[in-house]
Design a protein around this ligand. Structure first.
Ligand SMILES: [Zn+2]
Ligand SMILES: [Zn+2]
Ligand SMILES: [Zn+2]
Length: 331
C-alpha cells in the first residue's frame, strides 16, 4: 500500500493492490476480550474499574494500514506525490466487556476511555514525523464496522486528513479577518438562538450543525476555547466525566433513530511537526477548536451524496434537534 496525493484537491489517499480477494473469515472468538487466546499487541491499559482487570486499552491494529517503522520518504512521480504509509494504527478497546458500548457503559468507564484517547494522542504527537493524530469509530455494517467488540480506532499520519485540513484553513481565514475563533462564535450564536442545541453538560454542548451533511448530524464541543483535545482532557481533571456522560446521552438519542453511525474526533495537528508550506501554526491555538462529529447512517438516505455531489439532508437541524431532545434516554 502507498499514499498518493491528488494534485487538484491536495488530499492524500491510501491505495494499492494488496487487499486479499477473499475477506478473512470471521474468527470464532473475540481477540479483544480479556480472555482472548490470541490477544493483539498491547500498547497500554487504563487501570480497572471495580471488578474489571482494566477499563480501556490501546492495542496495535491487527491489520494496520500504517506502520510505525521508517521514514515516509516523500517522492515525486512527474507532477504527482507519493509516500510510504508510515504512521500508527491502533485499536482503542473501549471496555473489557464485550457488550458494554459507549451508550451503555458507566460514565466512569467512558471517562477512562476518553482519558486513554487523550494519552495516546499526546504520546503519538511526541513523534515529530506525524502531522496528525485522529480518532474515529464506525458502528454498524453499513458504516463499515470492523470489530464486534466495543472499539474505536486511532491513526497517526504524516499528513493532515482532508476534512481537517479544510477546517484548519477555514478557521485560520476566519481568525485573520475577525480575530475570533469560528467555533466559539458558532457556539455563542447557537446558545443564544437555542434552535439547534441538543443538550448542555458541564463545559460541553451537543448540537446539530446549521448545515448538516446528513439528517441528525450532531457535534459535541467544549464551550471553553481549546484547540487540542488531549491537552484539554489531561489538564482539566473531571471534565472527561462530563464529556463521557454527554457522549453517552447523545449516542442514546441518535440510537432511537438509527443504530449505525460514524464518529470522529477532530483535534489540532501536531505542532512539533514544522511544516514549511503550512502557515497555520502561528495562530492555531487561537483559531482551531477541538470537537466530536457524529454522522448517523440512515439506510434510505445513504445515496444522496453520491448522486448529487452536494450533501442533501431531507430534514433540517431545527426539526432533528426536537426529536433528539425529546428522545427517551437513561439519566
Ligand atoms: Zn470481545
Ligand atoms: Zn474556540
Ligand atoms: Zn471537524
Amino acid at each position: 500500500m502507498e499514499l498518493r496525493k491528488d494534485p487538484i484537491t491536495r488530499s492524500w489517499v491510501i491505495t494499492g493492490d494488496d487487499v486479499p480477494d477473499n475477506p478473512p473469515r470471521p474468527e470464532p472468538f473475540c481477540r479483544f476480550c480479556p480472555d482472548s487466546r490470541e490477544p493483539p499487541q498491547l500498547i497500554t491499559s487504563m487501570s480497572g474499574t471495580p471488578g474489571a482487570p482494566w477499563s480501556a486499552r490501546a492495542v496495535v491494529h491487527p491489520n494496520a494500514l500504517y506502520h510505525i517503522e521508517g521514514e515516509a520518504t516523500r517522492r515525486g512521480d512527474g507532477i504527482y506525490d507519493r509516500m510510504r504509509p508510515i504512521g500508527a494504527h491502533e485499536v482503542l478497546v473501549e471496555n473489557p466487556s464485550h457488550d458494554r458500548h459507549l451508550w451503555t457503559a458507566s460514565d466512569l468507564e467512558i471517562e477512562q476511555f476518553l482519558l486513554l484517547a487523550a494519552q495516546r494522542i499526546q504520546d503519538l504527537k511526541g513523534d515529530g514525523r506525524f502531522k496528525y493524530v485522529g480518532l474515529y469509530k464506525d458502528h454498524g455494517n453499513s458504516a463499515g464496522q470492523e470489530f464486534e467488540h466495543p472499539a474505536s480506532q486511532l491513526t497517526a499520519t504524516t499528513f493532515v486528513p482532508r476534512r481537517v485540513l479544510y477546517e484548519l484553513r477555514a478557521a485560520r481565514e476566519y481568525f485573520q479577518s475577525k480575530e475570533r475563533c469560528v467555533f466559539c462564535d458558532i457556539i455563542s450564536q447557537e446558545m443564544k438562538q437555542d434552535l439547534r442545541v441538543i443538550e448542555l453538560r458541564g463545559d460541553f454542548v451537543a448540537m446539530c450543525p446549521y448545515a448538516p451533511r446528513v439528517p441528525y448530524e450532531s457535534w459535541i464541543m467544549p464551550r471553553t476555547h481549546e484547540a487540542a483535545f488531549e491537552r484539554f482532557g489531561l489538564n482539566r481533571p473531571g471534565t472527561m466525566r462530563d464529556l463521557g456522560a454527554l457522549l453517552r446521552r447523545t449516542l442514546q438519542r441518535i440510537r432511537t433513530i438509527t443504530e449505525e453511525f460514524h464518529l470522529v474526533l477532530h483535534t489540532s495537528p501536531n505542532s512539533l511537526h514544522r511544516s514549511g508550506n503550512l502557515g497555520y501554526w502561528k495562530t492555531i491555538d487561537e483559531d482551531y477548536h477541538w470537537h466530536i462529529e457524529i454522522m448517523p447512517v440512515l439506510a434510505s438516505k445513504a445515496k444522496s451524496y453520491t448522486f448529487k455531489e452536494v450533501y442533501y439532508s431531507p430534514l433540517s437541524s431545527e426539526t432533528a434537534v426536537k426529536r433528539l431532545r425529546e428522545a427517551r434516554i437513561e439519566p
